[in-house]
Design a protein around this ligand. Structure first.
Ligand SMILES: Nc1ncnc2c1ncn2[C@@H]1O[C@H](COP(=O)(O)OP(=O)(O)OP(=O)(O)O)[C@@H](O)[C@H]1O
Ligand SMILES: [Mg+2]
Length: 510
């Protein structure tokens, strides 16, 4: 196979950060090339260099595409050659329709007027190619993340793609949507489209990649050929983190006591459709020292449950009781929920979790200013100490705690959100997809923290779409479907099949 793309000695620095140092990457025509590496290793930055987000002059090294050296000044330049990037954070406009998003800035027009029939019929054809069964007029906000991802890909197809770059496309997708997306990549490959896939889900990589390049600390470690030899996940991990990892989950010896937390008869109605019941009489409890999981498919109501409990951040006409140590507590606002011992680590860090324009330090202490203040004045030295502590403990990659979080890699942003809530010293910690976009090594660190929180006698409630993760870290698991609890099992008796069966059974009964 010939090289479609060659990146030679690519270097890129940000103030105080050497993000890439002499990185080499060669992508063959027609292959699926995976790029893996820890959070902050430089994967997204490398792809931004490739696609012209960082133009010539802002990086060192050379890019060859189709055998010719290229110097892109912007994204349009790389798109003209068919290099299309789908970024880690989706870029669709929520309040526009699928069709409008599809041709934004590129609308089929006649005499300066958008030609809607053509826009719609072309959209329909593209949606068909990616297997998405939605009307072109549907607003993007009304479809789930999985489908939005497919719209992004359909949009790439509209542009005559030759090299499709997907930066963690399945991070927020459930198993079946992920599988569909990977199959789509394989289909594209059959049609001769080359892709670059960045993912922290190593099982997916093993499934579709022809070759795998590992980045570590801004440098290329190795490119492995999956057709020449079998590449085990352990080998990939070793390359990524620089050492072998014996286990994915830390050993856990639970010490479970009496019930400390419960949500009782919880009912929530939809924020906009007053008649739609989103949470239907849910009962959930957590005992001292216990890690409890909530499994379910995307859209099963798990996030709505957590958010409605956490200061009514979601929903209306909420009814039911929340109890801590047997006494009902007031969780009617976020302030009250926090004061009464709850913390909630959101799945949507961009919207709810972080003040992007502020520093790591300020984000970490934001929910607990009382702890670092004396007579209402913030003790800056203490604050810096606390932030540094968490930076070390969770291995947040940044030169110091004064970096704005907007400049952190996706995984490192998540670690800041987690630090913020750990520092609030909660009695009950609710985690919503806590390891989304987090590398294997850092996942282990997060599991270890969950374990020690539980061992300190706190309760941990964790929502995750990754069933192996729930089975690996929880003591007990609830299964949720369509806003109701439809199953409950001890993790040691559980399996992915058991969880799926509970969901299916509930689906069939309804
Ligand atoms: N605009 C920026 N300003 C300053 N530093 C940046 C900027 N963008 C990225 N960095 C830094 O460059 C390094 C590489 O980041 P990058 O986003 O490429 O990592 P990544 O491998 O994609 O990680 P993840 O798996 O978490 O997405 C990180 O240390 C990050 O903090
Ligand atoms: Mg990234």
């Amino acid at each position: 196979m010939s090289a479609l793309l060659e990146m030679r000695n690519i270097s890129k620095t940000f103030p105080g950060v050497k993000a890439l140092e002499n990185v080499n990457l060669e992508v063959h025509s027609g292959e699926i090339h995976a790029i893996v590496g820890e959070n902050g290793a430089g994967k997204s930055t490398l792809m931004k260099v490739l696609s012209g987000v960082y133009p010539k002059g802002e990086y060192g090294g050379q890019i060859f595409f189709d055998g010719q050296e290229r110097e892109f000044r912007n994204i349009r330049d790389s798109e003209k050659l068919g290099i299309i990037i789908i970024h880690q954070e989706l870029a669709l406009v929520p309040l526009l329709s699928i069709a409008e998003n599809m041709f934004l800035g590129n609308e089929p027009a006649k005499g300066g007027v958008i030609h809607w029939p053509e826009t719609f019929s072309r959209t329909r054809a593209l949606l068909k190619k990616v297997g998405l069964n939605e009307a072109p007029a549907t607003l993007v906000t009304n479809i789930g993340v999985g489908k939005q991802q497919l719209v992004e890909i359909a949009k790439a197809l509209a542009k005559q793609v030759r090299l499709l770059i997907l930066d963690e496309p399945t991070a927020s997708l459930n198993e079946s949507d992920s599988e569909a997306l990977l199959n789509l990549l394989l289909e594209f490959k059959a049609q001769g489209i080359t892709s670059i896939l960045i993912s922290h889900k190593l099982n997916e990589i093993s499934k579709v990649a022809d070759r795998i390049t590992v980045l570590r600390d801004g440098s290329t470690v190795e490119t492995m050929d999956c057709h020449k030899e079998t590449i085990s996940e352990d080998r990939i991990i070793k390359n990524m983190v620089g050492r072998a990892m014996e286990d994915r989950y830390p050993a856990r010896v639970p010490n479970i006591g009496e019930e400390i937390f419960s949500i009782e008869d919880w009912q929530v109605f939809h924020e906009f459709h007053a008649g739609r019941r989103v949470i239907k009489g849910v009962n959930v409890n957590v005992r001292r020292g216990e890690i409890v999981g909530i499994a379910g498919l995307m859209g099963s109501g798990r996030t709505e449950l957590a958010m409605s409990v956490f200061g009514r951040s979601y929903g209306r006409n909420i009814s039911g009781r929340v109890k801590l140590d047997g006494r009902e507590i007031d969780v009617s606002t976020v302030e009250k929920a926090v004061k009464n011992g709850l913390a909630y680590v959101t799945e949507d860090r961009k919207h709810y979790g972080l003040v992007l324009d502020d520093t790591i330090k300020n984000n970490i202490t934001l929910a607990s200013l009382g702890q670092i203040s004396r007579r209402g004045v913030i003790d800056e030295v203490r604050e810096i100490g606390v932030a540094n502590d968490y930076r070390k403990k969770l291995n947040i990659r940044s030169p110091n705690v004064f970096q704005k979080t907007v400049n952190l890699s996706g995984g490192n942003q998540q670690k800041v959100v987690l630090s913020k809530w750990l520092f609030s010293n909660p009695k009950i910690l609710i985690l919503d997809e806590p390891t989304r976009g987090i590398d294997v090594g850092a996942k282990y660190e997060i599991y270890t923290i969950m374990n020690s929180l539980a061992n300190e006698g706190r309760g941990v409630l964790v929502i995750s779409s990754e069933m192996p993760e729930l089975l690996g870290i929880c003591d007990r698991i609830y299964v949720m479907n369509e806003g109701a609890i439809v199953g409950e099992m001890l993790a040691k008796d559980g399996s992915q099949e058991n969880i799926m069966r509970a969901i299916m059974r509930a689906g069939a009964a309804a």
